[in-house]
Design a binder for this molecule. Structure first.
Ligand code: DGL
Length: 262
């Protein structure tokens, strides 16, 4: 099974993209809603939670882990890679590769949680791949709670998005990375406010495309993970009331959520 974890339901945007691009590969999802949000926590805390989440997924039989949380990927990836021999994929590298390929001017913007932006990981990895690029980052701490409240089309949300994007607009970026798993749900609000000509990189789609190409290239990995008879399972460490509606909005269908302790 493909193990996927996130701090909550945002990573379901990644699960959904993987489900669409890689049919027949069952998923085991963990949303650590009891400890969410990660984006405002310290790197040490996020690393500890990410460690526990990975252990849980491996115990459930995951053979590959997708770190579907930008806050976890940017602060705990190094630790997880050094600790586990299993294939680990995170949301950052695929988005960075797409952004550096697509951007013509090399002026790239990133929006994410405080943990993600403060880690500097996106900037570092962008410069590693394309040293000439200019990277402009913006933490948007209010966007996760707005998404979780379901305020996707509210006037207040549009105003806040506009305010956050203004500095990036002023820098005339031509590519914007949505560096948080919740932000794909705000894509329709973000696109007109950053400017229609700006390419928007959705890290959830980028990671699913990366996984698809990995499965196409690696026969052993494909054989280990392909199992169309086994259904995907979705675990959460807490079930606050809006979570069902949010999960249904992401998947376009009702999703059964199983409560677990991690
Ligand atoms: N999933 C987190 C991320 O992608 C956002 C929510 C949180 O702060 O926990 O950064």
């Amino acid at each position: 099974m493909i193990g996927i974890f996130d701090s909550g339901v945002g990573g379901m945007t990644v699960a959904r993209a993987i489900e669409t691009l890689c049919p027949g590969f069952p998923l085991i999802y963990l949303g650590d809603l009891a400890r969410s949000p990660y984006g405002s926590k310290s790197p040490a805390m996020i690393t500890e939670y990410s460690h526990r989440n990975t252990e849980f997924l491996l115990r459930q039989g995951a053979k590959l882990i997708v770190i579907a949380c930008n806050s976890a990927a940017s602060t705990a990836s190094t630790f997880l890679h050094s600790h586990y021999a299993q294939t680990l994929i995170d949301v950052i590298c695929p988005a960075v590769n797409q952004a550096t390929e697509i951007s013509k001017t090399g002026r790239i913007g990133i929006i994410g949680t405080r943990a993600t932006i403060n880690s500097g990981q996106y900037e570092r990895r962008l410069r590693d791949v394309r040293p000439d690029c200019r990277v402009y980052s913006q933490a948007c701490p209010l966007l996760v709670p707005l998404v979780e409240e379901g305020w996707l089309k509210r006037r207040e949300t549009k105003m806040i998005v506009k305010q956050y994007l203004r500095p990036l607009r002023d820098k005339q970026i031509d590519t914007l990375i949505l560096g948080c798993t919740h932000y794909p749900l705000l894509k329709k609000v973000i696109a007109p406010r950053i400017g229609r000509k700006v390419h928007i990189i959705d890290s959830s789609v980028a990671v699913a495309q990366h996984l698809k190409s990995l499965l196409e290239k690696d026969d052993q990995l494909r054989a280990d993970l392909y199992d169309p008879e086994t259904p995907s399972r979705f675990f959460v460490s807490d079930i606050p009331s809006p979570v069902h509606a949010l999960a249904a909005a992401i998947f376009g269908r009702t999703v059964t959520l199983e409560k677990t302790d991690v």
